[in-house]
Design a protein around this ligand. Structure first.
Ligand SMILES: NC(=O)c1ccc[n+]([C@@H]2O[C@H](COP(=O)([O-])OP(=O)(O)OC[C@H]3O[C@@H](n4cnc5c(N)ncnc54)[C@H](O)[C@@H]3O)[C@@H](O)[C@H]2O)c1
Length: 423
């Protein structure tokens, strides 16, 4: 029997691991990716997603069942299509243009019996109110009768060595019971455990609930960190102690802010919808946005004080920043608080050097060029810096090189010492 054809639209942090898994379990996979640079790298077996080593990509290509292409016509005759395109904010509002483009593009290739699943994070109602009509109008087929449609939120945690696509339970949903059966049949081949919910809106809300929960709790510890510092109390010790409670507490730690494609974006999809449909403010989300967005400014304030302690002004000081990614062990620098810290310090006249071996600025497109020089972590760079600012604790940073150097550690990874200040 010839393998079933699965099209994954968008070959990014979500789509590429999914495509690789689908090849592994025997599908014929087409990865449709509009970025020609990315497509070429995939074709060359050169992965830009660190959870997928290039060797794994090369193995997938060698099976003859993986094709990366910019051309939607390669989707023709698909059995399954999974959409993993970006869902960013534009001027604070959801930007679903990528999902819309994708819906238009695959509708023409939709045939009876096929299944389409949206995985991009979005507000409840998108699958039913936006994607369903696009697919039906473009194909003249009916969802739930001629083809199947569902939503399944992605829970990928880039850089997580324990939980990946296969062993993280996957929430699934369908527009109708027959859609759910089709979606269940697909994901049962890809992951160990599926969790069905009764409708696509519930599945869409699940993802927003998970990320809003993280966003709000991070904001809580961030705000507490600011107050604890002013009160002269070690918040990190309190967090360690609270984390010994075996129930009713979950550990979150302060940091320079939140970044990536999820936390700075997803909760705002929910608050936007609540505002649009109910005319009300989702106050928890707005407060969390406020607190977390302010953290880079707070870090800069602490840099200013640390330099002041050494009788130095920010202007003209050399500040060495460790970490551009939005969190450890990832190359993703989208919405990273580090880039905001760099801009603020450079705006004050600091001479900013940044180190992040994970971030390839030719792949991660930042909205504006960074006003800083990218360097490597070497002793001379540390020695000439007036202050080193540790923003991301990548595992491969050799932090012993910082011995004796003045450091502001926003992740509390360095052992206490006179030269180390903790956020
Ligand atoms: N990165 C994460 O950790 C994560 C986790 C869970 C959910 N999500 C969600 O998954 C979705 C994708 O996120 P991502 O991190 O993989 O983004 P990404 O930017 O890494 O990948 C998306 C890819 O889609 C491509 N693309 C855009 N429009 C396209 C089109 N019309 N046709 C084909 N390709 C197109 C882009 O070029 C890009 O390579 C988003 O909704 C995001 O919120 C991301």
């Amino acid at each position: 029997m010839s393998p079933k054809k699965l099209v994954v639209i968008g070959q990014g942090y979500v789509g590429l691991p999914l495509a690789m898994r689908a090849v592994e379990v025997g599908f014929e996979v087409v990865g449709v990716e509009i970025d020609p640079v990315r497509t070429q790298r995939l074709t060359d077996g050169d992965s830009y997603v660190e959870d997928i080593p290039s060797e794994d990509l090369q193995k997938a290509i060698a099976t003859g069942r993986y094709l990366a292409t910019t051309d939607y016509s390669a989707a023709a005759g698909f059995d399954f299509a999974i959409i993993t395109v970006p869902t960013p904010l534009r001027e604070g509002n959801p930007d679903l243009s990528f999902v819309e483009q994708t819906g238009h593009a695959i509708a023409g290739h939709l045939t009876p019996g096929a299944t389409v699943v949206l995985e991009s994070t979005t507000y409840p109602g998108t699958t039913q109110e936006l994607l369903q009509p696009l697919l039906e109008d473009g194909s003249s087929l009916k969802a739930g009768i001629d083809f199947y449609l569902g939503y399944s939120p992605e829970r990928i945690d880039p850089g997580n060595p324990i939980y990946g696509l296969t062993n993280t339970p996957k929430v699934i949903s369908g527009l109708t019971p027959s859609c759910l059966t089709a979606v269940q049949g697909l994901y049962a081949t890809l992951v160990d455990t599926t969790v069905s919910v009764s409708g696509t809106k519930e599945a869409e809300l699940t993802k927003l609930l998970e990320n809003t929960f993280r966003h709000v709790n991070i904001a809580l510890v961030n705000e507490l960190a600011v107050f604890a510092h002013d009160l002269g109390i070690d918040i990190w010790e309190a967090i360690d102690a609270a984390s010994t409670k075996p129930f009713g507490y979950m550990r979150f730690t302060p940091g320079p802010g939140v970044g990536g494609h999820c936390l700075p974006v997803d909760p705002s999809y929910l608050s936007w919808q609540v505002k649009r449909q109910l005319g009300q403010s989702f106050r928890f989300i707005e407060l969390a946005n406020d607190v977390n967005e302010h953290m880079p400014n707070y870090v800069v304030q602490r840099v200013t004080s640390a330099l002041n302690e050494r009788s130095k002004a920010v202007k003209g000081s050399r500040v060495l920043i460790l970490g551009l990614a939005y969190k450890k062990n990832t190359s993703d620098a989208r919405e990273s608080p580090s880039t905001r810290v760099v801009q603020l310090l450079a705006g004050l006249g600091a001479d900013v050097r940044v180190i992040d071996p994970h971030v390839d600025l030719t792949v991660v497109h930042l909205p504006e060029p960074l006003p800083a020089t990218q360097v490597s972590l070497t002793q001379p760079e540390v020695d000439v810096a007036d202050l080193t600012l540790l923003l991301v604790d990548h595992d491969d940073f050799d932090l012993s090189i910082l011995d004796g150097a003045p450091v502001l550690d926003t992740r509390r990874v360095l052992a206490p010492a006179d030269n180390i200040e903790i956020l």
